[in-house]
Ligand binder design. Structure first.
Ligand code: NI
Length: 208
């Protein structure tokens, strides 16, 4: 078959158009990002400054955690099921990380923030977190301080009266958040994820 010059011109035109498009995309979008940057850039704006009170009654702010990673969970100490499960998953994940990469594990501070400050005073949260991990930090505060922290992390919570007239309970969002050394949101997991998922997240994001 005879190759027609018109076909070659057309083929070259297509090839040029493809190359030009790819080049323009590279210039416009920049070089491919590393996975960590891509995930960080794609995450919603979660986190920010907070001022709360720890188990010893001391005022603690987000800035006090700079340079370390925070593994944060919001809940309440009289939660029958979901909160204790989530906190023990965090502990199991940290223990696993400590076995395989102690230098990484040391960088991570597990944090529990109550969304029930009316019942969870400093002493209560301090005692509670001690059941889960020796380094876990329990935080409470005034209802305004808790509201601001919850808003920063997009945590929803609401008092729910018990049907039988017993003590009230709390409806609340249950995510485990991983925040980076500059307070940036790296990743979060829903409470149903087991220790494997949390360990994997820590292994991937925490740098020793
Ligand atoms: Ni709960």
């Amino acid at each position: 078959m005879r190759i027609r010059p018109g076909l070659i011109v057309a083929a070259l035109a297509v090839a040029f158009a493809v190359a030009a498009t790819a080049g323009a995309a590279y210039l416009y979008l920049g070089p491919p990002e590393r996975p960590q940057q891509r995930v960080a850039a794609g995450q919603p704006d979660i986190g920010g400054p907070f001022t709360l009170v720890n188990g010893d009654g001391e005022t603690v702010s987000a800035a006090d955690f700079r340079g370390r990673y925070m593994l944060i969970y919001f809940g309440f100490t009289s939660c029958p099921d979901v909160c204790p499960t989530s906190l023990s998953v965090m502990t199991q994940a940290l223990d696993r990380l400590a076995e395989e990469a102690p230098d990484k594990a040391k960088q991570v501070v597990p944090v529990f923030i109550t969304i029930d400050p009316a019942r969870d005073d400093a002493e209560t949260v301090g005692d509670y977190v001690g059941h889960f991990h020796p380094r876990m930090v329990g935080l409470t505060g005034s209802s305004e301080q808790i509201a601001r922290a919850a808003e920063a992390y997009r945590v929803y919570y609401k008092k729910a009266e018990a049907a039988d007239g017993g003590p009230y309970t709390m409806d609340h969002t249950s995510f485990i958040y991983l925040m980076g050394p500059d307070g940036e949101h790296l990743k979060h997991q829903s409470h149903g994820r087991g220790p494997d998922a949390i360990t994997h997240m820590l292994r991937k994001y925490v740098e020793a």
